[in-house]
Design a protein around this ligand. Structure first.
Ligand code: RUB
Length: 313
């Protein structure tokens, strides 16, 4: 798959979910690097810089995407020779892909420790990190029941219930607006994240904050499963996470809108759940209260203040 094809598939949401987007970008950069012929360091740097910048901006909210791209493309600015830059970038791309897959598995193990036999768990959207916690607990023999939301307008809930059903997990499929209605039957909520700010706010699929609010009201724990590369380093500088607003047609077809001249459809894709609604964030390095997000950015992402990018230890 070419770089442009990957970008198109991310844009059209054929590839979606913050972790999968980041891995797809890593694979695209690796293939792009391997597919070219280069005269010198400069020509390699230029080609890969254009590719990195293009990929990093394809979807604006999932910080996993620029984090992955920055991490992988770091040798472009540091290397002294073409070989150093090319091998450095390709090694980093491969390392990121492996790290990402291992991180999801590790989060599953850690998250499963927070699920008890007989628990009823609510999840929202389709997060491989959140689902991994539920699947791991189920594989460990726990009897779990899930409430999974529909996730209008793109129906990611359909992917979630397929995964849960295939695993043999008893699942209730509910419309998004029924989350509070059913919260009294729920023991634990687990969602994923597209971005986590330095103050522990979680940006995830639209509707997540309503579920967190209902969970708090019902005194149900609200957990977020997120790899360290979902934490947003630049929020240290006060930078805000841009919330993607997608096409109106996803919510109301063009033909219907044409008959409603006074109606404007708003379609934000994500929302912000403040840290005080989040009990715990499960990362591949362990679980942290949201107030410790800074530690993840500083220690595990090794955020480099000068270069405004991240690096792994
Ligand atoms: C996906 C979404 C997911 C996070 C985390 O939104 O909000 O909860 O990306 O997913 P979209 P994961 O479908 O619009 O990309 O844990 O798989 O990274």
């Amino acid at each position: 798959m070419t770089l442009e094809e990957t970008a198109d598939r991310i844009r059209s949401m054929e590839i979606r979910g913050a972790g999968r987007i980041a891995r797809a970008a890593a694979k695209a950069l690796l293939a792009h690097s391997q597919s070219g012929t280069y005269q010198d360091l400069k020509s390699y740097q230029e080609r890969m810089m254009v590719a990195s910048e293009m990929l990093a901006g394809v979807r604006p909210t999932a910080v996993s995407l620029p984090n992955a791209v920055n991490l992988i493309s770091k040798p472009l600015s540091l290397a002294k020779t073409l070989d150093e830059a090319k091998s450095g970038l390709e090694e980093r791309a491969q390392a990121f892909i492996i790290h990402s897959e291992q991180a999801v598995a590790k989060i599953g193990e850690i998250g499963a420790r927070h699920i008890r036999d007989g628990d009823v768990v609510m999840t929202h959207c389709n997060s491989e990190a959140a689902l991994q916690c539920i699947l791991t607990a189920h594989q460990q023999g726990m009897d779990i029941e899930v409430y999974a939301t529909e996730v209008r307008p793109r129906n990611q809930g359909h992917i979630t219930i397929k995964t849960l059903s295939d695993a043999g997990i008893k699942t209730n499929f509910i419309v998004d607006s029924a989350a509070r209605y059913f919260m009294k039957e729920v023991d634990l909520c687990i969602t994923g994240a597209d971005a986590i700010t330095v103050n522990g706010a979680v940006i995830n699929k639209i509707g997540t904050s309503q579920i967190a609010l209902a969970a708090k009201e019902a005194r149900v724990n609200f957990l977020v499963a997120a790899e360290t590369y979902k934490f947003a380093p630049r929020t240290i500088l006060g930078e805000r996470i841009l919330i993607e607003e997608r096409s109106a047609d996803e919510v109301l077809p063009d033909a219907a809108r044409a008959t409603l001249p006074h109606v404007t459809v708003r379609n934000p894709t994500f929302d912000v759940t403040p840290a005080e609604y989040v009990d715990l964030i499960i990362t591949e390095h362990g679980e942290i209260p949201p107030g410790m997000a800074y530690i993840i950015i500083k220690e595990h992402l090794q955020w480099d203040m000068d270069n405004l990018c991240i690096d792994y230890p």
